[in-house]
Design a protein around this ligand. Structure first.
Ligand SMILES: [Zn+2]
Length: 251
């Protein structure tokens, strides 16, 4: 997640932005305007809030700017009807990636989170209170942050999560749920980023488990006390640092 690096007691601490604070600012902004009015004049501060929420959701972006994006409708694969689907329906802003190109998924996500903040929950049965909306928006930000990749060999091989699927149908197609550090390791834990193979998690011995790539067979072995993605990342960081130290000192 995009955050701020800060020195504390001689150590570099990675501080994540306060999600609730960003969600509050966003919900207040969402309630300020009639977003269906095409003639809203936006302040620089308001654009900054949109930029901040997209960044807090884990997207690597350069900024937001006024503009609409469309994609080819998936039911019109050949493009025969020439019909295109709007990505941002309510939000007049599109998102730019780090190269300055249109970022379709982030633009769709921003539109979904704005519709959530304006109209409320999935069922839109009643006008939600500000607090409920802030909570709902905060939860979506947290869900959308991707898993930090896990280095599992000294050559820098990475375990990454497999692409997330949208978990809602219809109203919020760009909301996805990512794997979290607290999630327990299952039989298949993700992908090997360089070869694209699936990575399995299995028993290695009576005291160890391993993760192994199905395609290139690269693997890492660790204690069977490691249960979650977060524990695995920390354990492998320690193991790899220890082995590096042994090599550096010719022990
Ligand atoms: Zn592999």
């Amino acid at each position: 997640m995009e955050g701020e690096k800060k020195m504390e007691n001689g150590r570099l601490i990675y501080r994540t932005p306060d999600i609730k604070d960003i969600a509050s600012q966003f919900v207040d902004l969402a309630r300020t305007h009639n977003w269906n009015d095409g003639k809203i004049e936006f302040l620089k501060d308001e654009e900054e809030i949109l930029f901040k929420i997209v960044r807090a959701a884990g997207f690597c972006v350069r900024g937001v700017e006024l503009g609409r994006l469309t994609i080819q409708d998936k039911f019109d694969v050949e493009g025969e009807n020439g019909e295109r689907k709007r990505v941002n329906i309510l939000c007049p802003f599109k998102v730019k990636d780090l190269e300055g190109d249109d970022y379709i998924f982030a633009t769709g996500w921003l539109d979904c989170i704005l519709r959530l903040a304006v109209y409320g929950g999935m069922k839109r049965v009643e006008k939600e209170s500000r607090e409920k909306l802030i909570k709902a928006v905060s939860m979506e930000i947290e869900k959308s942050v991707p898993l930090e990749s896990i280095m599992f060999t000294k050559d820098g091989d990475l375990l990454v999560e497999y692409p997330s699927q949208s978990y809602t149908s219809g109203n919020f197609p760009y909301f996805v749920e990512h794997v979290k550090d607290k999630n327990v390791l299952g039989p298949c834990v993700g992908l090997h980023d360089s070869c694209g193979g699936w990575i399995d998690f299995k028993k290695s011995s009576s005291i160890c488990n391993e993760i192994v790539c199905r395609k290139c067979r690269k693997k890492a072995v660790f204690s069977n006390e490691i249960k979650t993605f977060g524990e695995l990342r920390r354990q492998l960081e320690l193991t790899l640092a220890f082995r590096q130290c042994v090599r550096d000192n010719n022990i």
